[in-house]
Design a protein around this ligand. Structure first.
Ligand SMILES: Cc1cc2nc3c(=O)[nH]c(=O)nc-3n(C[C@H](O)[C@H](O)[C@H](O)COP(=O)(O)O)c2cc1C
Length: 123
Protein backbone atom coordinates (compact mmCIF):
# COMPACT_ATOMS: atom_id res chain seq x y z
CA UNK A 1 0.00 0.00 0.00
CA UNK A 2 1.84 3.07 -1.21
CA UNK A 3 -0.32 6.17 -0.92
CA UNK A 4 -0.38 7.55 2.62
CA UNK A 5 -2.84 10.32 1.92
CA UNK A 6 -5.59 11.11 -0.54
CA UNK A 7 -8.20 8.78 -1.89
CA UNK A 8 -7.64 5.13 -2.78
CA UNK A 9 -9.89 2.54 -4.31
CA UNK A 10 -8.97 -1.02 -3.34
CA UNK A 11 -10.23 -3.78 -5.61
CA UNK A 12 -9.70 -7.25 -4.21
CA UNK A 13 -10.82 -10.70 -5.21
CA UNK A 14 -11.24 -13.55 -2.75
CA UNK A 15 -9.37 -16.85 -2.62
CA UNK A 16 -8.73 -19.65 -0.16
CA UNK A 17 -11.40 -19.45 2.52
CA UNK A 18 -12.42 -15.84 2.29
CA UNK A 19 -8.81 -14.68 1.98
CA UNK A 20 -7.08 -12.16 -0.20
CA UNK A 21 -5.25 -13.60 -3.22
CA UNK A 22 -1.83 -15.08 -2.45
CA UNK A 23 -0.11 -12.29 -4.35
CA UNK A 24 -1.64 -9.73 -1.96
CA UNK A 25 -0.96 -11.56 1.31
CA UNK A 26 2.40 -9.94 2.04
CA UNK A 27 1.08 -6.42 1.43
CA UNK A 28 -1.84 -7.07 3.75
CA UNK A 29 0.41 -8.59 6.40
CA UNK A 30 2.81 -5.66 6.28
CA UNK A 31 -0.05 -3.22 6.83
CA UNK A 32 -1.16 -5.17 9.88
CA UNK A 33 2.39 -5.63 11.21
CA UNK A 34 3.78 -2.16 10.58
CA UNK A 35 0.60 -0.15 11.00
CA UNK A 36 1.77 2.89 9.05
CA UNK A 37 -0.06 6.12 9.86
CA UNK A 38 -2.74 6.29 7.17
CA UNK A 39 -4.97 8.76 8.97
CA UNK A 40 -4.85 11.09 5.95
CA UNK A 41 -6.04 8.36 3.62
CA UNK A 42 -9.65 7.76 2.59
CA UNK A 43 -10.54 4.63 0.73
CA UNK A 44 -13.24 2.59 -0.91
CA UNK A 45 -13.43 -1.15 -1.42
CA UNK A 46 -14.69 -3.29 -4.26
CA UNK A 47 -14.61 -6.92 -3.24
CA UNK A 48 -14.96 -9.67 -5.82
CA UNK A 49 -16.02 -13.19 -5.07
CA UNK A 50 -18.32 -16.01 -5.95
CA UNK A 51 -21.57 -16.41 -4.01
CA UNK A 52 -21.29 -20.20 -4.26
CA UNK A 53 -18.72 -19.90 -1.50
CA UNK A 54 -21.48 -18.98 0.95
CA UNK A 55 -20.21 -17.49 4.18
CA UNK A 56 -16.88 -16.47 2.73
CA UNK A 57 -18.44 -14.69 -0.24
CA UNK A 58 -16.33 -11.69 -1.22
CA UNK A 59 -14.54 -11.53 2.12
CA UNK A 60 -11.22 -10.64 0.51
CA UNK A 61 -12.04 -6.95 0.51
CA UNK A 62 -13.09 -7.06 4.15
CA UNK A 63 -9.52 -7.89 5.13
CA UNK A 64 -8.36 -4.69 3.45
CA UNK A 65 -11.09 -2.74 5.17
CA UNK A 66 -9.97 -4.05 8.55
CA UNK A 67 -6.28 -3.47 7.92
CA UNK A 68 -6.71 0.05 6.55
CA UNK A 69 -8.94 1.04 9.46
CA UNK A 70 -6.33 -0.35 11.85
CA UNK A 71 -3.91 2.09 10.27
CA UNK A 72 -6.29 5.00 10.82
CA UNK A 73 -7.61 5.32 7.28
CA UNK A 74 -11.26 6.20 6.83
CA UNK A 75 -13.61 4.34 4.52
CA UNK A 76 -15.89 6.33 2.25
CA UNK A 77 -19.16 4.57 1.46
CA UNK A 78 -20.10 0.94 1.81
CA UNK A 79 -18.10 -1.95 0.47
CA UNK A 80 -19.30 -3.10 -2.94
CA UNK A 81 -19.41 -6.87 -3.22
CA UNK A 82 -19.51 -8.24 -6.73
CA UNK A 83 -20.61 -11.77 -7.45
CA UNK A 84 -18.45 -12.93 -10.32
CA UNK A 85 -20.55 -16.00 -10.99
CA UNK A 86 -23.51 -13.81 -11.96
CA UNK A 87 -22.17 -13.72 -15.49
CA UNK A 88 -22.38 -9.95 -15.62
CA UNK A 89 -19.37 -7.82 -16.35
CA UNK A 90 -17.92 -6.67 -12.99
CA UNK A 91 -16.96 -3.35 -14.56
CA UNK A 92 -20.57 -2.73 -15.57
CA UNK A 93 -21.81 -3.71 -12.11
CA UNK A 94 -19.29 -1.41 -10.46
CA UNK A 95 -20.01 1.65 -12.57
CA UNK A 96 -23.04 3.07 -10.70
CA UNK A 97 -21.43 2.33 -7.35
CA UNK A 98 -18.28 4.09 -8.49
CA UNK A 99 -20.20 7.19 -9.50
CA UNK A 100 -21.87 7.30 -6.08
CA UNK A 101 -18.60 6.69 -4.32
CA UNK A 102 -16.87 9.51 -6.14
CA UNK A 103 -19.75 11.83 -5.25
CA UNK A 104 -19.47 10.84 -1.62
CA UNK A 105 -15.74 11.34 -1.65
CA UNK A 106 -16.15 14.83 -3.08
CA UNK A 107 -19.04 15.78 -0.80
CA UNK A 108 -18.99 17.85 2.38
CA UNK A 109 -19.37 14.80 4.61
CA UNK A 110 -16.66 12.88 2.81
CA UNK A 111 -14.89 10.50 5.09
CA UNK A 112 -17.75 10.31 7.55
CA UNK A 113 -20.04 8.68 5.07
CA UNK A 114 -21.04 5.07 5.12
CA UNK A 115 -24.26 3.52 4.00
CA UNK A 116 -25.19 5.76 1.13
CA UNK A 117 -24.03 3.69 -1.77
CA UNK A 118 -23.41 0.12 -2.70
CA UNK A 119 -24.28 -3.12 -1.07
CA UNK A 120 -22.64 -4.54 1.99
CA UNK A 121 -24.64 -7.70 2.37
CA UNK A 122 -23.40 -10.48 4.54
CA UNK A 123 -21.08 -8.46 6.74
C1 LIG B 1 -9.24 -21.73 -4.94
C2 LIG B 1 -10.32 -20.69 -4.97
C3 LIG B 1 -10.87 -20.26 -3.77
C4 LIG B 1 -11.88 -19.30 -3.76
N1 LIG B 1 -12.43 -18.90 -2.56
C5 LIG B 1 -13.42 -17.99 -2.58
C6 LIG B 1 -14.04 -17.59 -1.35
O1 LIG B 1 -13.70 -18.03 -0.25
N2 LIG B 1 -15.02 -16.64 -1.41
C7 LIG B 1 -15.44 -16.10 -2.60
O2 LIG B 1 -16.33 -15.26 -2.58
N3 LIG B 1 -14.87 -16.47 -3.77
C8 LIG B 1 -13.87 -17.40 -3.78
N4 LIG B 1 -13.32 -17.78 -4.98
C9 LIG B 1 -13.85 -17.24 -6.22
C10 LIG B 1 -13.06 -16.05 -6.75
O3 LIG B 1 -13.04 -14.96 -5.86
C11 LIG B 1 -13.75 -15.59 -8.04
O4 LIG B 1 -13.56 -16.62 -8.98
C12 LIG B 1 -13.28 -14.29 -8.60
O5 LIG B 1 -13.92 -14.10 -9.82
C13 LIG B 1 -11.77 -14.27 -8.83
O6 LIG B 1 -11.44 -13.01 -9.35
P1 LIG B 1 -10.09 -12.82 -10.20
O7 LIG B 1 -10.15 -13.81 -11.31
O8 LIG B 1 -10.15 -11.40 -10.64
O9 LIG B 1 -8.96 -13.08 -9.27
C14 LIG B 1 -12.32 -18.75 -4.98
C15 LIG B 1 -11.75 -19.18 -6.19
C16 LIG B 1 -10.78 -20.13 -6.19
C17 LIG B 1 -10.21 -20.58 -7.51
Amino acid sequence: MHPKSGLALVVSSTYGTGDVPETAESALASLLDEKPDLSALRFGIISLGDSHYGDTFAKGGLHWDHALRQCGACRVGEILKIDCQSGEDPAVLAKPWLAGWLDLAAGPDAGMATGAVGSDRGR
